[in-house]
Ligand binder design. Structure first.
Ligand code: SAM
Ligand code: SF4
Length: 326
């Protein structure tokens, strides 16, 4: 298994299948976003070759993301091929859920283990305001299909001040009373040319927890504060499910980071919130052998940054979130 210079084992790869999306969430990308031509993105064979190389280096967990991963035309075949790679223990996906109604079962059949579904409000108007284009009923149908296909349900909600930080959040938290789901609230992170909006609309975990407790009663910390992935877990009294708080801005978990990211245009991104990347695509298309690619990956991982620099106001500028995958 590969280690970085700080002794962290890096074995979790988040793979962006496309930079395109069927939504335009305000906290993720500007409305006039332009996308790369598909020739500039990793083709199926290139993607599978790189994934195999990462698996041979000890990466045992892959998460497929985007843009929106489900709009990649052959997403189920890709899942099948990734799941068949020796050494791969878990394949997960983060999706906006719009297309899940018809895709959840085929994805389960293809070997996908876990799904995280993004939903920022149950209120159709607020949902539309945040996603610019979305219809919340499509996501709710997607969640039902995912549950019917046997996936454990984890929902992701980005919290935006003065948009969904009060009643919407309480409604989402209330879902955990009756459903064995994990509803995870994410602190908005600043990236690229929409960072002014993100910084001015962030809601911290402490403030959010206080809002939820004021409406629904005390939250009890679970697992002695140990993170589930990147989320700190709490429960409402008598709840079937749990609440997660992903607070990369105010409570960073960089010391426990075990991940790297492969962008849709074939760059190895070493920290979500640092611009530093290594150009695997050029090496790949320049004819590098597997051994050469492995050596470059190992060296880059060794120099993975210790953590983000948000506290020092060092914000990543080169990409917005949809071009990385979260
Ligand atoms: N399109 C899929 C989706 O929305 O789930 C996958 C890609 S999206 C970039 C991955 C996750 O990042 C989503 O849960 C999304 O809500 C979250 N996200 C997007 N922009 C963010 C930001 N500025 N700060 C924190 N999370 C963000
Ligand atoms: Fe698309 Fe996901 Fe970004 Fe929303 S958060 S615009 S669904 S990539």
């Amino acid at each position: 298994m590969i280690q970085d210079q700080y002794g962290r084992s890096i074995h979790y790869l988040r793979i962006s299948l496309t930079d395109q999306c069927n939504l335009r969430c305000v906290y993720c990308m500007p409305e006039d976003m332009s996308f790369r031509p598909s020739s500039a993105l990793l083709q199926d064979r290139e993607l599978i070759r790189l994934a195999r190389i990462f698996a041979e280096l000890g990466f045992d967990k892959f998460r497929l993301t985007g843009g929106e991963p489900t709009i990649r035309h052959n997403v189920t075949e890709l899942v099948q091929q990734l799941a068949a790679l020796p050494g791969v223990r878990e394949i997960a996906m983060t999706t906006n859920g719009i297309l899940l109604k018809h895709l959840a079962q085929p994805l389960a059949d293809a070997g996908l283990h876990r799904l995280n579904i993004s939903i920022d409000s149950l209120n159709p108007k607020t949902f539309r305001r945040l996603t610019r284009w979305g219809n919340v009923d499509d996501v709710l149908a997607g969640i039902n299909a995912a549950e019917a296909a046997g996936f454990p349900i984890k929902l992701n909600t980005v919290v935006v001040r003065d948009v969904n930080d009060k009643e919407d959040i309480v409604q989402l938290a209330r879902l955990t009373l009756d459903h064995p789901w994990q509803v995870r609230f994410i602190e908005m992170m600043p990236l690229g040319r929409i960072s002014d909006f993100q910084l001015s609309h962030i809601v911290t975990e402490d403030e959010l927890r206080a809002n939820i407790e004021a409406a629904l009663g005390p939250l009890t910390l679970q697992n002695e504060g140990q993170l589930d992935g990147e989320a700190r877990i709490f429960k409402l009294k008598g709840a079937k499910g749990a609440l997660g708080f992903i607070s990369s801005v105010t409570k960073p978990f960089c010391a426990a980071c075990n991940r790297a990211r492969l962008t849709a245009d074939g760059k190895l991104r070493l920290c979500l919130l640092r611009d530093k990347e290594m150009d695997l695509m050029s090496l790949l298309r320049g004819g590098a052998t597997d051994e050469e690619l492995k050596a470059h990956i190992e060296k880059s991982i060794w120099y993975k940054p210790w953590g983000h620099g948000l506290a020092e106001r060092a914000y990543p500028t080169h990409r917005v979130m949809s071009e990385i995958g979260g």
